[in-house]
Design a protein around this ligand. Structure first.
Ligand SMILES: [Zn+2]
Ligand SMILES: [Zn+2]
Length: 140
């Protein structure tokens, strides 16, 4: 086992950026918006929305580059290899972790799909998780 206290670990392609996750893995959510499509180069971004205290940098926090669009939308990536990188949200309480960075073959449930209204026509969603045209309805 790598990282005794972690339920999962993950890293970028070159290994400079790595992290561990504690306690419990959340479901994976997919965003199909045009920004996620461009930045991922494929049909959607797959991310785990993790509580900050469950996330720990193992290396490379200072190797993460941020690109922000004029509207403030941010893409974070490893400045060495260009892989997407974990994104600590502005309120500091949650982290968006790219699901594809995880080591091994994690058995993750799927929470749902957002911005399905702008997904590419060539992308087929093959699971039966909830789909939302844009954001899901506010969860109160
Ligand atoms: Zn890298
Ligand atoms: Zn998106």
């Amino acid at each position: 086992m790598s990282g005794e206290a972690f339920v999962a670990t993950g890293r970028c392609l070159c290994g400079a950026v790595s992290f561990g996750l504690r306690d419990k893995l959340p479901a994976v959510g997919f965003c199909h918006c045009s920004l996620c499509r461009r930045v991922s180069g494929t049909g959607s971004n797959a991310v785990l929305n993790v509580r900050r205290e469950r996330f720990e940098w193992l290396s490379g926090e200072d190797n993460v580059q941020v690109y922000a669009t004029p509207s403030g939308w941010k893409s974070l990536f490893c400045r060495t290899c260009g892989s997407p990188a974990p994104h600590i949200l502005r309120d500091g309480r949650r982290v968006l972790v790219p699901a594809g960075m995880l080591d091994g073959d994690c058995d993750l449930p799927i929470s749902g799909h957002i911005f399905v209204g702008s997904k590419a026509r060539w992308e087929v969603i093959a699971d039966d998780a909830p789909q939302f045209e844009t954001w899901p309805p506010a969860a109160g």
